[in-house]
Design a protein around this ligand. Structure first.
Ligand SMILES: *Cc1c(COP(=O)(O)O)cnc(C)c1O
Length: 388
């Protein structure tokens, strides 16, 4: 940062040797790599599955498989429910603003995504002012137990900065069953790639275009019995809720292996395929293990390089699913990203609003750790060629 970076209009003509290139060049933070095996399975099933009614057995059985697969992947205790609806995580924030927050929420804000739910709650006329606890980008704050907070909003992985945080109920807060607040976790980019204990959350929600290697437009929430109770108790107060955002309707439909309105069938199929792939290979230990391995490769490469440094200072905060790597001022990371793109290695650009001289690299479980190693070699090659 600081120093002037020359404005480059043309991408330097650097050809990366084919032997250095990753087998798959997709490193985007979302939509992210969709495994070719999942696409092949969709193609094979397309004649009987795509273009058929979501109210009939063929599709309902895939939704059922997805819900059962997620229950198993996350080892959900009895009484937890898997609910889904249309509109992605952003719509779930609205649904939660209507149907999960009673009066007052507390939000940890440490980047673009975590700040958005706080804004949704702050602007809702039927809620009190939320408490927002912020920290510098590249770090995360911790929740603080409060008597008047009925929902704590955490983010497992802040996708804009590459910071992950452990999911734990706020220290000293009573459990929801004893009058404490619910813990609702935006796990859009963390779910499936980071370990989590269901005892520590009441709503763990995400969308499938990140670790689950599918497409966007769907939200899923893993709800504890306390969250299900909350949905019922808010509905009982008669609070007005638009039907498409109504969690009681979403819950009723999920129990019938359906969504309230028509979902994207390909998205559900690819999502279920990825969950099966995780479960068939050992579950969350397998999927998080792949991201752990990729993170080890990326951060040790950066630590050993003389031009790249992990942006996140504390090692335990460095995300294992999204790596943010700062570059020395003498190198324009935007040019590196352009050269990579011209060579078929795409979406390594940083989060635009962060405005740093860095690359952002997804390490979701579907991305092969070997490909992260290849990407590191490609970056080293490009930086060397740019210096010539
Ligand atoms: C991608 C992302 C979102 C937005 O998800 P949509 O499905 O596009 O609404 C929200 N939160 C986090 C942490 C994300 O990574």
């Amino acid at each position: 940062m600081g120093a002037m970076i020359p404005y480059v209009t043309e991408t330097p003509d650097i050809r990366i040797p084919p032997n250095l290139l990753p087998a798959d060049g997709r490193f985007g933070a979302g939509p992210s790599k969709v495994r070719p095996e999942a696409v092949a399975a969709l193609s094979a099933a397309s004649g009987s599955f795509l273009g058929t009614s979501h109210r009939q057995k063929t599709v309902k059985s895939v939704v059922g498989s997805l819900r059962a697969g997620l229950t198993s992947l996350f080892s959900l205790p009895d009484g937890y429910e898997v609910v889904l609806g249309n509109g992605g995580t952003t719509c779930f924030w609205d649904a939660a603003t209507f149907g999960l927050i009673e009066h007052k929420s507390q939000h940890l804000s440490f980047g673009e995504f975590s700040s958005k739910f706080a804004t949704a709650a702050a602007t809702a006329p039927h809620l009190g002012d939320p408490e927002v606890i912020s920290s510098e980008v590249g770090t995360h704050p911790l929740p603080v137990a409060r008597e008047d907070v009925d929902l704590y909003a955490l983010t497992h992985n802040e996708t804009s900065t590459g910071v992950m945080m452990p999911i734990l109920r706020p220290g000293g807060a009573p459990l929801p069953a004893d009058g404490g607040g619910l813990v609702a976790v935006d796990a859009t980019s963390g779910a499936g790639g980071l370990q989590v204990d269901p005892a520590e959350f009441d709503a763990y929600y995400f969308a499938p275009q990140k670790c689950f290697g599918s497409d966007g437009g769907l939200w899923v929430a893993l709800l504890s019995p306390a969250a299900v109770d909350r949905i019922g108790s808010i509905a009982a107060t008669g609070r007005w809720v638009p039907a498409s955002m109504d969690l009681t309707i979403a819950l009723d439909n999920a129990r019938l292996e359906q969504t309230y309105n028509t979902p994207a069938l390909a998205t559900i199929f690819l999502f279920d395929n990825q969950v099966q792939w995780f479960n068939d290979n050992g579950g969350l230990g397998f999927s998080t293990g792949r991201s752990d391995r990729s993170a080890e490769i990326l951060y040790s490469w950066a630590d050993n390089s003389d031009f790249a440094t992990p942006f996140v200072h504390r090692e335990q905060d460095r995300s294992h699913v999204i790596g943010t790597i700062d570059f020395d001022d003498s190198i324009d990371a935007a040019v590196v990203a352009k050269v990579l793109r011209a060579n078929g290695v795409v979406d390594t650009e940083p989060y635009r609003k962060l405005g740093r001289n860095q690359l952002r690299i997804a390490m979701f479980p579907g991305i092969d750790p070997e490909d992260i190693a290849s990407l590191c070699a490609c970056i080293t090659h490009v930086v060397g060629a740019l210096a010539q």
